[in-house]
Structure formats: C-alpha cells, structure tokens
Design a protein around this ligand. Structure first.
Ligand code: NAD
Length: 397
C-alpha cells in the first residue's frame, strides 16, 4: 500500500510512519513542523532528544534501506500543493494526524482558540476536499478522540460512534434509528474534533469518501519497536502543562521527584492506549478499510480506563513519588465513570499492552534516562478554562 502520513513528524504520526514502512508499505510524510514551532513558543521541548526530520529519514534509510517521502506543507493553508501531492503520489490511503492536539493549549487565549479552530477545521476540510477533487479512491483514516463523547456515559457503555435511538413518528409508530453519538466537547480542541465528525459524515454521504475515524484514548509510552532501534529515531515525549498528557506527565514527574499533580479530586475517568497499540490499531484499520458506499466507520481506539487519582496512586506505589492535589484548571464534572466498547479492534486481533506491563519500564528507560533535560518550571498546567478562573491572572499571549 502507498500511505500518506499527515502529521508524520508528531508523537503518534512518526512511530506510525516507521511501523508501516517496516511492514513494507510505501510511506510519505506530510507535516508543516508546526508542533516543533509550538515547542519554541512555549519554550518547552520534548523530554527525549528528537532529531530533525532529515536526520530521522536518513537514519531509517541507513538502518533498513527503506525510503520515507517528506513534504513540508501546511494542510490548513496550502490546499493546491496538497492536491498536487495527492495527484503525484496517488496513495491508497492516508492517515490524518495533522491537528493541534492539546486541550490546554487550545484554551490559553483567544489567539490559541482561533488558531486551533482555523488549523484543525481547515486541515480536515482541505484533506477531504482534495481527496474528492483528485478523483482517487483514497481511504481516509483519521485520529479522533474519545473526548468527542464527553465524559458522561449515562450508565451505559459508549458504543463505537453510533447510538441506537427509538423515534416515535407523528403517527405513533416506533422506529429504530442509528445516529452519531451526541457529541459533548470539553475544550476548543475537542470541539474541533466534533466538527471533524460532521465533515466526515458529509463527505462520505455526498461524495462516497471512505473514512475510518479512530476515537482514540490518551496515548502513553514513548517508543515502539521501530523508534527504539536507534536514538536518531526516538519519539517525542511531552511533559509540559499544555502537551504532557496525564499518564506520561506522571511518569516523568515520578522520575524527577516532582509530586504527581492531580487536578481536582482526580475522580475523572479517562481512556488509555499505549503508543505501540496506537500504531498497530492504525495498521489494522488500514488493512480493514470500509467498503465503497459504507458509512463512516468509527472505532474506539483505547484499551483500558482509569480514574486519574488511581493512576497517581499506582505510580506512587511503584516509584515512591508523592501525590499533590491541585485545583482543576478545567471546567468539568469532578467525578465521572467511563465504560467504553472496543470490540471492533479486539475482534481484528489487537492484543493490548497493559499499564501493568509497561509502566515501570517507561519510568526507568525513558523518563529517568532523560530527566536531566527536564525544565521543572514547565510542568504545571497554567491554562484556565473560563473567564471567571482567569480573573486577575495575566492574559497569555
Ligand atoms: P502531535 O502534535 O505530536 O502531532 C501532530 C503533527 O501534526 C505535528 O507534527 C504537527 O507539526 C502536524 N500538524 C499540525 N497541524 C498541521 C498542518 N496544518 N499541516 C501540516 N501538519 C500539521 O500530536 P499527536 O499526539 O501525535 O496526535 C496526533 C493526532 O492524534 C491528533 O489529531 C490528536 O488529536 C490525536 N490524538 C492524540 C492523543 C494523544 O494522547 N497524543 C490522544 C487522542 C487523539
């Protein structure tokens, strides 16, 4: 298969590119390196020393003899160039990771809200529009988030994308229908992901674009089999208050002896997946594309759910770290349950890496090894969700 990896320089995209290349697929990366520029803006880099794109590609060629293509282009702005890339490369599939993906970053200021909406909505729309314009039958696989469902489950297991509802007609007849699960975003970032869902539904209905939308949980871990092969291939590890996702942030905090900062009561339940399973799930999704005419296929890409405070105590027990309860910067319910169906991936043969298998290894092999690169002042999350919370706090620019 020839596959375009949009956002192939990022935390999920880079290991996916290597995984698919290693399996013998022809891989071409598209990325505008905006995530590296955001590192400069926030003055907070990856804990791991990520190599420049040219070095990454050369190292992969040297180790495997395999080529990775690369186009540095902005999917939200360079529509014509992206269309030409599609026409020249003629891919069988593309995987769309190329969005601003941090909820706290999206809430920092009006500028960050507007950037996130402009970037994410335009990038997704340009991808779909260009696929139709190219006349090619490209399978579009997109990385969505569990956050589109909101975090309330109304006492039921969250289904994979669609909800069965019973409609009573004016004549009193009862009919069963399936609708997109009602979206309930908790940040501007999550809102863009719910808008993505509508664009997929529309282009699928109107133009027959084949789409798989992967509703992914929080990714933890750093390396995969491929990125571990050489330090020049190392994956990024974000630990700062904006991009550091909860489990990786805790692992790093434990490694540097910084108390594990639990927001609010820590009663928020979140869904998780290891980066090795992310790349495997993308492979499975590409190997099992929807048929022509099939509606958008939605899969829940997660393997376990945990309450944040339980994770903190689990890591504290493993490492001796302290747990610190701090005010929650987000506007969300203090406690929630989350039960999620993930049968579709399990049926395709996913064999998940569990927290109990990998946690300690991650602390010692990555977080401790690169602890000297950490800037501890970047750990606290300073982004606040509402104007009331921000009253008296200097505005972020
Ligand atoms: P990331 O920020 O590390 O990678 C995203 C990549 O896309 C970056 O390399 C960035 O430079 C690129 N990009 C962004 N906008 C672009 C544009 N307009 N044109 C070209 N390139 C652009 O993020 P990630 O953690 O790898 O996440 C990838 C996807 O997976 C995101 O869409 C995210 O919403 C989703 N996801 C991630 C997680 C997680 O825990 N990391 C969880 C659920 C879903």
């Amino acid at each position: 298969m020839k596959v375009l990896i949009l956002g192939g320089d990022g935390f999920c995209g880079w290991p996916t590119a290597l995984h698919l290349s290693n399996l013998g697929h022809d891989v071409v990366i598209v990325d505008n390196l905006s995530r590296r520029n955001i590192d400069n803006e926030l003055e907070a880099g990856s804990l791991t020393p990520i190599a420049p794109m040219g070095t990454r590609i050369a190292a992969w060629r040297e180790l495997t003899g395999r080529e990775l293509g690369f186009y540095n282009l902005d999917l939200a702005r360079d529509y014509e160039r992206f269309l030409r890339v599609l026409q020249d490369e003629r891919p069988d599939a593309l995987v769309h990771f190329a969005e601003q993906r941090a909820a706290p970053y999206s809430m920092k200021s009006p500028r960050h809200k507007r950037y996130t909406v402009d970037n994410n909505v335009n990038a997704t729309h340009n991808v779909l529009c260009a696929v139709v314009e190219s006349g090619l039958d490209v399978h579009v696989a997109h990385l969505g988030t569990m956050g589109v469902y909101g975090y309330g489950t109304a006492g039921m297991k969250i289904p994979e994308g669609y909800l069965d509802v019973e409609v009573v007609t004016d004549e009193g007849e009862r009919l069963m229908q399936q609708i997109l699960y009602p979206s309930n975003p908790g940040s501007i970032y999550h809102m863009t992901k719910t808008l993505d869902q509508l664009m997929f539904a529309y282009y699928n209905k109107n133009d027959g674009v084949r789409v798989t939308d992967l509703h992914q949980g929080i990714v933890w871990g750093t390396n995969t089999q491929e990125t571990s092969r050489d330090e020049r291939l190392i994956n990024r590890f974000d630990y700062d208050g904006d991009y550091g996702t909860v489990l990786n942030r805790f692992l790093m905090q434990a490694a540097v002896g910084y108390p594990l900062t639990v927001h609010g009561t820590g009663g928020q339940t979140r869904a998780f997946i290891h980066i090795q399973d992310t790349v495997r799930c993308v492979q499975l999704a590409l190997e099992n594309p929807p048929a022509k005419g099939e509606r958008v296929r939605i899969l829940n890409q997660m393997t376990e759910t945990h309450k944040v405070r339980d994770l903190a105590h689990m890591i504290a027990a493993l490492t001796g770290a302290e747990v610190a309860m701090v005010p929650n910067p987000r506007k969300e319910a203090a406690e929630n349950d989350l039960h999620v169906k993930n049968d579709l991936f399990l049926d395709m043969g996913l064999n998940p890496t569990t927290l109990s298998d990998g946690l300690l290894l991650e602390v010692t092999e990555v977080a401790k090894r690169y602890a000297h690169r950490a800037d501890l002042s970047k750990i606290p999350s300073r982004s606040l969700w509402t104007k009331e919370q921000r009253a008296g706090v200097p505005e972020e620019k």
